[in-house]
Structures are given as structure tokens and as C-alpha cells.
Design a protein around this ligand. Structure first.
Ligand SMILES: [Zn+2]
Length: 110
């Protein structure tokens, strides 16, 4: 989608520190980390909200969770991690392209 920063990261128009990529998703380091490890997992297809899930997107989000779980140790998250999915501006969603925050690498506060 035009003017979407995550779509531009997906296409490579904006560089990112990728830690995982396949045909459907990309995982990269947040440029403003809120924890020792702060990754963003995004689908390559642009959509903003879980409310827009189709059966195919639902399956993709499941694969995203599986990729996170299976790579957590390699990403320095073997002591645990937190996933955050902000939905809407009031919740703090600043980029309207679905993304899962992956936070850890330290003892997290609330
Ligand atoms: Zn997008």
C-alpha cells in the first residue's frame, strides 16, 4: 500500500535489520526498541486489523506465531518473551499494517 512504512520495508524500499523472511512474512528489528530484544513480525500482505482476517490471513497469523515460537531461542528469547498486537490508534497502533511486537531479552515490567 502506498505510503505504508511496513509495505516499504517489505519491498526493501526502506532498509531494515531482518532476522527472518519467507514468502509471506518478514521479521525485523524495531528501530525504537522498547526492550533488549524488540522485533516486529509483519505479513507481506497489507492489512491493518485482526478484524480484517479472512481464513487465509487467519492461517498466516498462525504461521507467524509458529515462526516466532520456533525462532525465539535463536533470537535471544529463551527466557521468555511478550507478544503485543496493538489494534487501532487508541491502543497505540501507529502503523496501520498488522504487526506483532516481540519483546524480551530482559525481565519485562508491565
Ligand atoms: Zn502496509
Amino acid at each position: 500500500m502506498e505510503n505504508c512504512v511496513f509495505c516499504k520495508i517489505v519491498t526493501g524500499e526502506i532498509p531494515s535489520a531482518k532476522v527472518y523472511e519467507d514468502g509471506e512474512m518478514l521479521v525485523f528489528k524495531d528501530i525504537e526498541p522498547k526492550a533488549s530484544v524488540h522485533l516486529l513480525c509483519v505479513p507481506k500482505e497489507h492489512f491493518a486489523l485482526l478484524a480484517e482476517l479472512t481464513p487465509a490471513r487467519t492461517a498466516l497469523v498462525g504461521r507467524m506465531l509458529n515462526v516466532i515460537a520456533s525462532h525465539a531461542a535463536a533470537w535471544g528469547l529463551s527466557d521468555g518473551y511478550r507478544l503485543v498486537v496493538n489494534q487501532g490508534e487508541s491502543a497505540g497502533q501507529t502503523v496501520h499494517h498488522l504487526h506483532i511486537h516481540v519483546l524480551g531479552g530482559e525481565k519485562l515490567g508491565w
